[in-house]
Design a protein. Sequence first.
Length: 1266
Amino acid sequence: MVKRQRHETNNDTKEGEDIHPFLVSLPGLRLFFCWLLPLLRYGFRNTLEMENMYPVVSEDSAEVLVKQLERSWEKELEDWKLTGKEPSLLRALLRILRVHLILTGIPLFFLYCVFHVLGAVFLASFIQFFDDDGLSEDSDIFVFAAAITVNRLLIATFLQPTFFWNNRIALRSRVALSGLMFKKILRLSQEALRESSTGQIINMLSTDVHSLDMAFMLLHFIWVVPVMLLICSIILWYILGPPSLLCPAVVLIMIPCLILIGGVNSKLRSEKCILTDARVRIMNEIITAVQLIKVHAWEKPFTDLLLEARKLEVSKLKQICFIRAIETSLPITSSQVILFAMFSVFTASGHLLTSSVVFIALPISVALMKEVALHFLGACTRFGELLVVIRRIQNFLILEELGDDLCSRSAVGSKALSDIPGDTTIPGQESNEEMAPLLHQDKPEVPQTQTEDIPGIQVVSLSGQWALQGEGQAFTLSDVTFTVEPGEVMAVIGPVGSGKSMLLLALLGELPNCTGSVKISKHVGFSDQQPWVFSGSIQENILFGRKLDKTRYNEVLEWCDLSQDLLQFPNSDQTLVGEKGVKLSGGQRSRVSLARTLYSDAAVYLLDDPLSAVDSKVGRHIFEKCIQKAMKNKAVLLVTHQLQYLRAVDRILVLKDGTVSGYGTYQELEKSGVDFGSLLSKGEAESENDLEEELTRSSCDHVSLSKSEKQNEEERPNHHKMVVAEETKLEKKKIGIITGAVYKKYLLAGSSLLFLSFVVLLCVFSESFRILSDWWLASWTVTEEDCVRSYSEEICLQNATLYNTQFPVPRMGRSYFTLIYAVFVFCMVLFTFLSSALILHVLIQASSNLHNKMFEAILRCPQQFFVINPVGRILNRFTKDIGFMDDRLIYLFANVNFFLTHTLAVFIFISITNPFVLIFLVPMVIICWIIRKFFLASSRDVKRLESLANSPVYSYLSMTLSGLTTVRAFKGQEFMYSQYCSHQDLHTTTYFLHISLERWLSICMEGLQIVLGVVVVWGSIFIDNYFEIDGAKLGICLAYLVTMAGEFAYGVRLTADLENVMVATERVIEYTKLPPEAPLTSSIPLESDWPQKGEIILKGVSLRYSQEGPDALRNINVHIHPREKIGIVGRTGAGKSSLTVALLRLAEPAGTILIDGVDISEIGLHDLRKRISFIPQDPLLFEGTLRRNLDPFDEYTDDEIWSSLQEVQLQDKVQQEPNKLDMLVAEGGSNFSVGEKQLVCLARALLSQNQILVVDEATANVDYEN
């Protein structure tokens, strides 16, 4: 379980203190993020680990935020029910965030609409003093110098805290929405779960909700920028007169275009989300079924399937990035175009282009167009994405739920939607057709499930069905009636697919479309046919949130025959079982699940074939000690295929095709004609012999076990699954900087070195023409002023500030200056767009190629890799990390490239025009570098920890989805939700530190900007007393220095952000270098019909799953003759499945294995695995059609497929389906029973007609006839 961590680097910290320093710091220290200094000092000297993280800020905890959003969403649903007013998740979200949104909107208005504009006015007024000799002694110049300083100080003080709160608002919205979705998952009906795939849900909780960050960062700019436009237009009119109308006119033309671009981008994003969902769903399916894919040598078709999905996603991403190229280029090019247009018209009208005119219009226009093109466009784009994400989540939140009585927590949105009046259209959707599948307005009658404390089970005329949309009835129950009193054990038997498991689901309220009456105690214990365990300790799985009663706990362990198993683990019951219980064998997982059921001390026990995964000796112990003794006063419903126990139960319910074909005691059914004879002869044969007798009997089939193997049989620890370290292996956290090799591999993955050089050259041309255009504008200004001075010094001084005064034309003519200015601006626009487009193309290609390489590397990994690494951890690489590379990394890399080239160009220009500035600029750069290094030492670790903390959230979500029925049966929603909140809070606290550190860096850079501004402004006044300073050149330098100081702070933060986000690339590259399995193809010639006989010889075969791990097999010597049928028996953990692993080379064994005289270590894995048919213990089907599950390569005819189905007795069921072999298979094969899934796997194996068939407990969940 997740524990809250405490930062202990401060010696003054009291022992046990668990308060975030942000909450106890003084307001001034909080404003400047000084509370981070202890962490930064510690992180600079040491590597930060998870125990160094502060606890979550109480206001940002998941439970607090989800509760707030839950109440707001409930209000929306109540209003919908009472007034017909359409519910809006966006309105519900804004309702809980409105106070903070208002408090961040006010300072943003003053910062951008007042301080930024006043800064340009002060700068122009300051520069004007240097145009005239002797005026520098005027006291007004000190007023404007002080005004510039104070203005920059106010901006530096309030800008970063405001952005920090915007980040925090985004964090709160993300946590609240994620938590609300998780609570919804705990209440979703089985029908609704079919409509939302695991991949779709994971993608919504990863990629979608993370897109809210930038949306809330830029949200206020939707209204701030138009206000700023109005104020700037008024000032430009005062300076330029009618030509100034070109600026608002162009902006007003651009805004609809930008909104249109935002709409197009939003549509493309929505389409990309669908494609990303499909890719993640396929990836989740592949990782979950990777063992099945490997043993059937299906890597190629599944690789083609995923890469095709990725290709479609990348194609849409390229369209999005074309829009991004326009978005990136506009802030740079639009201001230059506007300035060219205004100054050209202004001078063509005969007005003087003075430095005072230029340097008030230039910074205002640059700032305005930057905000319009960058922030306003970004705000429109991200707001469109926000609407898409909110709409997707809202559609999910109104999916059908289970009845309120089955949920331990208050229901959100649990009202029957058919009861809610009014239009059912979600806000933002165009028609009700899109909502139709979600509303379920014609809900069928549900069973009258009573949860009062009645003593047992009473079922009357229960009927129900479970069908996929567009398919026939996949499962059906019809008129089932029975009673189970306390102290009774009733067995439910029947052939595969008869409805046994569906009956238990109906009793639990999980079955949709039911009629009849079900009365059952509210205290129910449930053990699923496929036992569910979560990634905690064995004890935590048994307790499942309940208090520890040591006496009962020990009794449960003894009843479930777990005591001896726990002795095999060094940490006993504190051993972490790993994701999906990989540390446990199938039998151990089944008994842990049964122990959880028994420990709950319920009044009613629903047991779905708990004896199928254990050997006969353990099964007999469980039946006698657990079912007959421990549950003797309880009502027990036992679904089983172990017919040898039927005489010991009180009553038997026989199901066939969903109907009751027999009900009564064993004697009554036997008298009525039910033939138990042939079945019991098989079942009782197993119960008459203990394990040692079975081993003796198996040796008669020419299987020779070495003496040492027998002696070590009972002392060997559990190795049924791949053995891993005692504690679940933690995800690797690299230490140190992101090396240049990572950047090199990233860029070269997108293009060749020659093409990258060409792109860099385009960037240089872009910045060169940008600098030249400003330099030419300054030269134009100097020429105009010199011409005026030569014409009339007195007239010039009198009328310099009047825009309607006519002045003489320069000798070379204004058309000459205008033409050259136009050429420079045009070249700048052209090269800027080309460089943007090509950079984005390279980065998209890099992301695409690295994704494909990572997937191919993962699919080639040994099976051990998938045991050590949970599904959520691997999926995190393909969701969040690839998501970062597809979006944020591209944005950051492109902007860092422009920042570096622009900074270099500005430094060169300043060095040429005003070399004295370098005296102050060089130290500033050095200080910036030192601060950046100090910052990155901690920020890098925090970012990596944030990524690591994110993986368990996805793993926990995936784990909960797989065990949802068990969770709800035990009323464990509260427990699972609290654990989810703990995982989420751990991620929240790392992310909170991440955004705080970013703002601390920006504060430092803004502080340096103030120092630099003070030096340049006040230093200019001092130097002007000794040297003549040209006003135009000073204006250009000051404009660049002030702008670059802000951009320098932004650029330094971008480089730090880039290095942090490059962690995602580093993690992806790390997975591209994973060690692969042996080659897939043979290095020696192999006959096409090999093996012809199927003879298997094992000579001294040993197996271990890791170099440091113990032996799973030791010195096995076996000779299996052709056409022999060999049974391998042994206690749990004896190594039965390890023999299969060795034979299929899922792990490389020591010794020699010969098949028809060929050493399998010398042939390719595909050549080996294609020629061995394998049926796994845990059956798994892929989403799609039945034909795809049986024949993904299209290698067999329909007749051959029907023949295999007939052999496993599934032909009749499939023929009843409308689409026959093309019938839909739901995700995970959920529309098939476990027994039916095993039969499909058997039919799949029979199709290959191989000489060797390996069966791993594949008949455990099927009836004896099958």
